[in-house]
Ligand binder design. Sequence first.
Ligand code: ATR
Length: 328
Amino acid sequence: MKKRTLGNTQIELPVIGLGCMGLSEFYGPPTEKAEAVKLLHKAIELGVVHLDTAEMYGFQSANESLLGEAFVDRRDRVFIATKWGPTRDWETGDRLGIDGSSDNCRRAVEGSLQRLKTDVIDLYYLHRVDPATPIEESVAAMAELVAEGKVRAIGLSEAAGDTIRRAAKVHPISAVQSEYSIFARDIEADIIPACLEVGASLTAYSPLGRGMLSGRFKTESLDAGDWRATNPRFQGEAYAANVALVDEIETIATSKSCTSAQVALAWVIGRGEHVLTIPGTTKLENLKSNLGAYEVNLSTEELASLDALADRVKGERYDEMGMSIING
Ligand code: ATR
């Protein structure tokens, strides 16, 4: 798979990585541990290098522990990105808020290193910007970890353009992680220009619209405990309208003998050299197919028709609480 340079570092990464969140939480029940480890091992055999996790994924940070277990004997083959900031009650898993203070950064990194069974985190993101802590403090705390050799590169997730610019004055920002897909292009106005300005890569998460762009929700419904059931794009009339929009992606996929998910990923990686993406999956079959998206080329006409879809999507990316903590 073709590689791209991570921001202003010397690190080269295959353009498609793997978002690991869904293995532990949010998209239905967690995958059984042995199965998940098997999938992660298979992923690196298939050429995946960039694995994305976070302190807040899974009960008691189960997702980081899973990656630690899977990669302890093959650490040199993977690039591990994790994130800090949102806090949870350790015993109940309840979300407590966002703490971007240097004290919380120090607490979080020690836990992440331990669970990931590693001496160094390849890319450490502030997961959400804490409105009560100046971004300069959060970034300075991460910069100290770089100086100490505990972190290789720094990133921000769901940060606004001005925040990215302020952060980059404290320490180089190698990546900004935001939702980006055919259905979610709001970052093009403010956030992508800031990334280009400071030389950060854009790590596109939810490139498949949390699975919606694959077309599977035409026939499949969400489990009761699936977090997506609370997402405005997956509710009521918006859900039906959005699922119907996927027909236009499917038509292009059929004409190219590929899948809708591959078209969605080809669209994201075709946006430019600054983009890396981390589609999530718990299934080997989908993982293999997603990696094949790199071979899919979209014509000018196909791109134009896909480009027109975002404005027709119904519902916000998150519920009210979720929307209040993005673009921070
Ligand atoms: P996120 O970044 O939030 O994980 P995403 O990458 O846009 O979101 O989409 C992830 C969802 O797409 C998962 O529910 C995943 O389901 P599986 O675990 O069952 O694969 C689904 N998904 C990923 N690749 C897919 C594919 N090729 N076809 C259908 N669904 C897919």
